[in-house]
Write a protein that binds this ligand. Structure first.
Ligand code: DX5
Ligand code: ZN
Length: 236
C-alpha cells in the first residue's frame, strides 16, 4: 500500500494569519506544509522568504516543504535550511550547477528535491537520481495558485514513477513523487493512479474551508479519493 501525503500550499492561505492557518492544517491531518517561494524573476510573482519560514517554524510540528522558484538559488537554499525547512526543492533551469545545488541542500541537513515544469524534459533527472529525496512534477506552469491541471502531466508522472521504481529496484534510496498545481478532489485519484504519492494542494484546500474556518472537510474528501485508488483494478 502506498503511503500518501498531502501537503497544503500556504500560497492560498490567509497571509495575515499564517500561524493560525498552519495550526488548522495540522489539526485537519496535513502531512507537510508546502511553502512556495517566488522571486519575480524565475517566475512572475513574489511571495515570502526565509524570515517568514523561520517565523512559522514554531507554529507547527509538520515538516516544511520549501519549493524554491528563484534564481539564483544556492544562497537562498542555505538560508531556508537554517530557517527550519525539512525539504528544499529547486528547478533545474534556476541553477547553474544542479548537482552542486542538490548536494548543498543535503549538506545543510535537508532533503533535496528537483522540480520539472510542464515543458522540462525528464533528462534533467539522468545524472542526479542518487542526489534526490523527492521529484516534483508540476501540474501547471509555476507562478500562481488556482490554475487548471495540464492533462499531459499525467504521462510525465507515470514516466517519473517508472524511473523511481527502476532506481529502487537497483538498490537506490527512496524518492517521493510529488505533484504540484491544479490538484483537486476531482483529479487526485487519477494523479495517484499515474504514480504520485505526495500531493500539493492550495486553492482546493483554502477555497473550501469548513464553517468554523478549519479544513477537515476538504482534507477528508481528498483522503477518501486516495483510499479508493486502485479499487477498480482490484475489483476487476
Ligand atoms: C504554483 C505553486 C503551487 C501552487 C498550487 O507555482 O508552486 O504550489 O500554490 O496551487 P493550486 O493548488 O491552487 O494549483
Ligand atoms: Zn509549489
Amino acid at each position: 500500500m502506498t503511503a500518501y501525503r498531502i501537503a497544503p500550499s500556504i500560497l492560498s492561505a490567509d497571509f495575515a494569519r499564517l500561524g493560525e492557518e498552519v495550526g488548522r492544517l495540522e489539526a485537519a491531518g496535513a502531512d507537510m506544509v508546502h511553502f512556495d517561494v517566488m522571486d519575480n524573476h524565475y517566475v512572475p510573482n513574489l511571495t515570502v522568504g526565509p524570515m517568514v519560514c523561520e517565523a512559522l517554524r514554531p507554529h507547527t510540528s509538520l515538516p516544511i516543504d520549501v519549493h524554491l522558484m528563484t534564481t539564483p538559488v544556492d544562497e537562498l537554499a542555505v538560508m531556508f535550511a537554517k530557517a527550519g525547512a525539512a525539504i528544499i526543492t529547486v528547478h533545474p533551469e534556476a541553477s547553474q550547477h544542479v548537482d552542486r545545488t542538490l548536494s548543498l541542500i543535503r549538506e545543510h541537513g535537508c532533503r533535496a528535491g528537483l522540480s520539472l515544469n510542464p515543458a522540462t524534459p525528464l533528462e534533467h533527472l539522468d545524472h542526479v537520481m542518487d542526489r534526490l529525496d523527492l521529484i516534483l512534477v508540476m501540474g501547471v506552469n509555476p507562478g500562481f495558485g488556482g490554475q487548471s491541471f495540464i492533462p499531459h502531466a499525467l504521462a510525465k508522472i507515470a514516466a517519473v514513477r517508472e524511473r523511481i521504481d527502476a532506481h529502487r529496484a537497483s538498490g537506490g534510496q527512496p524518492i517521493l513523487l510529488e505533484v504540484d498545481g491544479g490538484v483537486k478532489v476531482s483529479n487526485i485519484q487519477a494523479i495517484a493512479e499515474a504514480g504520485a504519492d505526495t500531493f500539493v494542494a492550495g486553492s482546493a484546500i483554502f477555497g473550501a474551508p469548513d464553517a468554523d474556518g478549519g479544513y477537515h472537510g476538504v482534507m477528508g474528501a481528498l483522503r477518501r479519493e486516495l483510499s479508493d485508488v486502485g479499487q477498480q483494478e482490484r475489483a476487476a
